[in-house]
Design a binder for this molecule. Structure first.
Ligand code: ZN
Length: 690
């Protein structure tokens, strides 16, 4: 048993046909469309069955069929797709349905003041997954699963809106569960807020769990997935367990976020796709993005172990009606052709465990329920992702479950501002370092307990060789002086460390620990009535407080940064903070398994296929034109990338061209130089023992 469609295919399409009924006709030349999709290399199509308006595109007896559509579009698509060997996944928009909302106003999601959400995403009626609406949805799932040979389902918009849901069904469920009404605006740090957030998560979790059970009950081979399954920002790991494949959309020009998503998704060992609109950045723009942009997103997805899905749409009416523009299919086709050429080196590839970054969902929830700084865009995780990718370090982002079961596979663990760690996690980390593992931690890591209260000292104080004193009173700190061991090319002057949300910590180094840098305080805390120059004050007072501490513990070693260095880097982009971080890593692990010297645009991903290693070098630079959106229109090649890997090798070559790459063997390592990388190069090491 088991359907491995998402493991053996890499090229997908999302036919995102939210046509509505506002135009006089809605047409699709299905045969021509599917043939074009096949020519463009698509292996699966996530095909519209119910749109954001609530219109169905199949023979439904329960829902509202789009009145402008003739015939059964889904049946036709499946029939045509079969001719081309394409699998159809049923796209179903769960949350948005104006037909049901109009007839059943009690099914709408409501805020605390009982206002229904009528303009979700600017236009749409949003329904509650905890209301009886769910049975309408499940009934439609059954219609599709029983009557159409689809390969799986994709649910979109399974969201609980901000400050929702206070509908009568949620109010009654909450009361029956907690013996009290839903709090109107629960305060941070209270048990009420914690309960309310957990209730909101449960609405989605229970809907998805029951949806999967409903569909699997009809056919266990049908694959289930949804938008943002396996997404750290959603962090709904309980629901994710019911997904067969993971999906997140990602939008140029924020390319790095696709890589962050992939590094998290792949650590759950489920197949995943990154879904990007082939249009200029978002859905419904009706204008294609440059082909180089599409190719870049594909490279990010497949180099990191996933597949790429391109959203596209046909013009429903007007002089171009019924067709997806050739220009769109050509851009997708060009990208897919490149993916296809690389597939022998992608199939079954798994990330080589070298560096693990912990992103604790339990910790995220502790912060969200508290009054502690916990910005939703994860600046610490995004900052660290950027530091490591720009430093050419291969890494996975893992949750607690993987930490507890798989940490020993890794060589180095990073804890970026992980304020709350469970006792189990701390024990696991302690054992890991004692046995020779290397640990990097920053800022509040292990300093808070499960209810968001600060402890008297870090839980990992013994491992990190530090003790907590207090929080700085200044909103900025400078790192100075910096020990020669990690100073490298950092300018010899105090280096600003500023995160608008958090201050640095005053700590002491325990006996046996080494202070690699200290903090210097500003002359004063800037206010409108007391300031120097335009922003914050200049560095003036050296302090005895360590900024960077290294420590040996058991057979392992640790490195600690006493401030929000990752988020400060994310907010300021300071090259010196990145250099400080990477120099620290190098001091902690001077002989890493994989070393790459390249311009900062080159991201490294090291994947394994049995005894073969594939080192992906992806050359992506996120540029902004003075705050305006930019697209990748042309690829600027980089040259002379030096790679050194601690492995044996029989043969090294570049895929897919099979170009031999001469390599040297030295001290248990192999070394080679890749003369030029355009968008991407896959260096294949045969006979590797890493
Ligand atoms: Zn509700």
């Amino acid at each position: 048993m088991g359907n491995d469609l998402y493991r053996r295919t890499f090229r997908r399409g999302l036919f995102d046909f939210h046509a509505g009924e506002a135009v006089p006709e809605v047409e699709l030349n299905v045969a021509e469309y599917v043939a074009a999709a096949a020519r463009a290399g698509m292996q699966t199509i996530t095909f519209m069955t119910k749109d954001a308006f609530g219109n169905s595109y199949f023979g439904t007896k329960i829902g509202h069929k789009n009145a402008r559509v003739k015939g059964d579009m889904l049946a036709e698509a499946i029939q045509e797709a079969r001719k081309h060997g394409i699998d159809i996944i049923a796209y179903y928009n769960v949350g948005l349905n104006s037909h049901v909302a109009a007839a059943n106003p009690d099914y709408r999601q409501r805020t605390a003041d009982q206002k229904p959400i009528t303009e979700a995403f600017g236009y749409y009626d949003l329904l509650c997954m905890n209301s009886p609406y769910r049975d309408h949805v499940y009934a439609q799932f059954r219609e599709i699963a029983e009557n159409y040979p689809v390969s799986g389902f994709f649910f979109d918009i399974t969201y609980v809106w901000s400050n929702c849901c206070h509908c009568e069904y949620c109010s009654s469920l909450y009361k029956s569960k907690y013996g009290q009404p839903i709090p109107q605006s629960p305060a941070p740090g209270t048990p009420e807020l914690k309960r309310w957030q957990s209730f909101q998560r449960d609405i989605r979790y229970q809907f998805l769990r029951d949806a999967a059970a409903c569909i699997k009950g009809i056919n266990p081979d049908l694959l289930i997935g949804w938008n943002h399954a396996g997404d750290p920002r959603f962090g709904q790991v309980e629901a994710d367990r019911h997904a067969d494949y993971f999906t997140s959309e990602f939008h140029p020009p924020h390319y790095a976020y696709g890589s962050l998503l992939a590094r998290w998704k792949r650590s759950f060992r489920k197949p995943f796709e990154l879904m990007m609109p082939s249009e200029m950045g978002s859905w419904g723009e009706w204008t294609v993005a440059p082909a180089a942009t599409l190719r870049t997103t594909a490279a990010i997805a497949v180099a990191n172990g996933g597949s790429i899905s391109y959203g596209h749409v046909a013009y429903p009416s007007g002089f171009l009606k019924g067709r997806v523009p050739d220009a769109v299919m050509e851009a997708i086709g060009e990208s897919n052709e490149w993916v296809r050429s690389l597939e022998p080196w992608l199939e079954g590839a798994e990330s080589v465990p070298i560096v693990a970054v912990l992103y604790s969902i339990a910790g995220k929830r502790v912060l969200e329920a508290s009054a502690l700084p916990s910005p939703g865009d994860d600046p610490h995780l995004q900052g660290l992702h950027r530091i490591l990718t720009e430093g050419h370090i291969h890494f996975d982002i893992i949750d607690e479950e993987a930490l507890l079961s798989q940490l020993s596979r890794y060589r180095l663990l990073i804890l970026p501002d992980q304020a709350y760690l469970s006792d189990e996690a701390e024990t696991c980390i302690r054992d890991f370092v004692r046995a020779g593992g290397r640990l990097v931690a920053s800022n509040r890591t292990s300093l808070y307990d499960a209810d968001g209260t600060r402890k008297s000292d870090f839980g990992l104080a013994d491992v990190l060789g530090i003790g907590f004193t207090e929080v700085s009173r200044y909103s900025v700190s400078y790192v100075y002086p910096i020990d020669a061991a990690i100073a490298g090319s950092i300018p010899d002057m105090p280096i600003l460390l500023k995160d608008t949300a958090q201050k640095t910590l005053r700590i002491e180094a325990r006996e046996g620990a080494t202070v690699l840098a200290k903090f210097t305080d500003p002359a004063l805390e800037a206010k409108t009535f007391r300031h120097v120059y335009h922003q914050h004050a200049h560095p003036a007072f050296p302090t005895p407080f360590p900024a960077v501490v290294s420590h040996s513990y058991g057979s392992g070693a640790s490195l600690y940064f006493a401030g929000p260095i990752e988020s400060a880097f994310w907010r300021t982009g300071s090259p010196w903070l990145r250099t400080l971080y990477l120099n620290g890593l190098n001091e902690l692990d001077p002989d890493p398994l994989v070393k790459v010297e390249a311009p900062i645009s080159v991201e490294v991903s090291v994947m394994r296929q049995s005894s073969r290693l594939v080192v992906h070098l992806t050359n992506v630079r996120e540029d902004k034109a003075a705050g305006s959106k930019t697209f990748i229109e042309e690829i600027a090649p980089v040259t002379n990338i030096r790679v050194s890997v601690k492995t044996s090798a029989e043969r090294v070559y570049i895929a897919p061209d099979n170009t031999e790459l001469p390599f040297e063997k030295e001290e248990g390592r192999i070394r080679f130089v890749v003369a030029e990388v355009g968008l991407h190069a896959a260096v294949v090491i045969e006979g590797a023992d890493l």
